[in-house]
Design a protein around this ligand. Structure first.
Ligand code: CUA
Length: 155
């Protein structure tokens, strides 16, 4: 096969970049521990209401300034909604969906998770600033998607 020098150079550069990115991603994941959280806990989406802890969704204090929120997402609501926590609290969200894929995004924070039926999603956040945080579903989940919202009040 006859190949121009230019082609060879570009092939070497592009393969070099691919290898470089793979090495870099591997370094970030395995050496720096920057991989995304991967909770492989599963749940039967038909039996969410009967399965602990989702048989009792709510806000639970688990330590000083530490809370767990057990949350169910379903068309088109967050349960519990209207959450209130004291300022400075670290909140561990344990979530699942009863029907379709929903999103859990909290404005002005880094909280942003996809919540899938059959899977348990866990994500944590410390709320240092008081305020009313808007919680939105950011995965299109049906005709009422745009109404799927609630608030977390920090005070
Ligand atoms: Cu739930 Cu969109």
């Amino acid at each position: 096969m006859k190949m121009h020098l230019d082609e060879k150079i570009w092939l070497i550069i592009s393969f070099g970049m691919i290898i470089g990115f793979m090495l870099f991603t591997g370094y970030q994941t395995f050496v720096l521990g920057m991989g995304p959280p991967s909770h492989m806990e599963t749940i039967d989406p038909q039996k969410v209401d009967e399965t602990a802890p989702f048989d009792n969704p709510g806000v639970y204090q688990i330590g000083e300034k530490e809370y767990e929120v057990v949350m169910i997402l379903e068309v088109f609501r967050f349960q519990p909604g209207e959450i209130e926590i004291p300022v400075g609290s670290t909140v561990h969200f344990t979530m699942t969906s009863k029907d379709v894929v929903h999103g859990f995004q909290v404005a002005d924070t880094n909280l942003n998770a996809m919540v899938m039926p059959g899977h348990i999603q866990k994500i944590s956040q410390t709320f240092h600033e008081p305020g009313e945080y808007l919680v939105l579903c950011n995965e299109y989940c049906g005709t009422g998607h745009q109404f799927m919202a609630t608030t977390i009040t920090v005070k």
